[in-house]
Design a protein around this ligand. Sequence first.
Ligand code: DGL
Length: 276
Amino acid sequence: MTTPTIGVFDSGFGGLTVLRALVTRAPQARYAFIGDTARLPYGSKSRRTIARYAAQSARFLVEQQHAEYLVIACNTASALALDAIKEAVPASVSVIGVIEPGAEAARRASMTGDVLVIATDATVQSHAYAAACRAQGLRALEKACPLLVPLVEEGWIDHPVTAEVIRIYLDELLAEAAAAGLNPDVLVLGCTHYPLLKPVFRQMIPASMLIIDSAESAADKLVMYLCYDLGTPPPVAPGDPVMKFFATDSVEKFERLGSRFLERPVGNVELVDLGG
Ligand code: DGL
């Protein structure tokens, strides 16, 4: 395998934060990204629905875009549908979610063994992060922050309303942690959209608390897989990565908002129909 094809899936364009982390580490791979924008948000849906939607996107990336690796950028799909996705594609395809890499990074970062996780409703209700953190010997306190995805989608990154909402969520979370006798020193951003708000989180949490971005952790994990399969680290010589973009709804909106997440222009987005 010389130039691997990496499929990246998200419920929308938030997963472009994961693609951004991937292309920095492996710029010479080929990338196919699909955002299931027609059915966003996944964070308020049931496990059964999320699994069905995610399996359709995974099949599209493998069968039509020939992806050999799948990165499930969506935390909600990683939390509730990773097994369904693995079942939907051939066993030869390596499937990487964001939850385990996030928990592993939290373990490396935490001195106290207590971590905070913020995510969508569905991710929190699945307790996938708590389980993954427990497997790493950590205690995790999870909190759903359902207002943050729509605020980021609206482009209200530096908006005072967003800052106030974050303050309320964090105050509640820190109070719950104190009541539970936890001494957290790590905050895990367990949602594709939250890395855009990282500077706001940074200002509002204690200076000693570290922030883990599961997008970065998942990208590191993919590079480990590539190193193993290629027998050498993927070349990092600069060059324009080959990226194809697909969306299940408004291509125009994807191109306009996507560049904010990818931090480079997003063009030629193709509209696809994944079926019901
Ligand atoms: N991609 C989702 C996640 O990371 C956030 C958006 C949604 O709810 O679909 O959990």
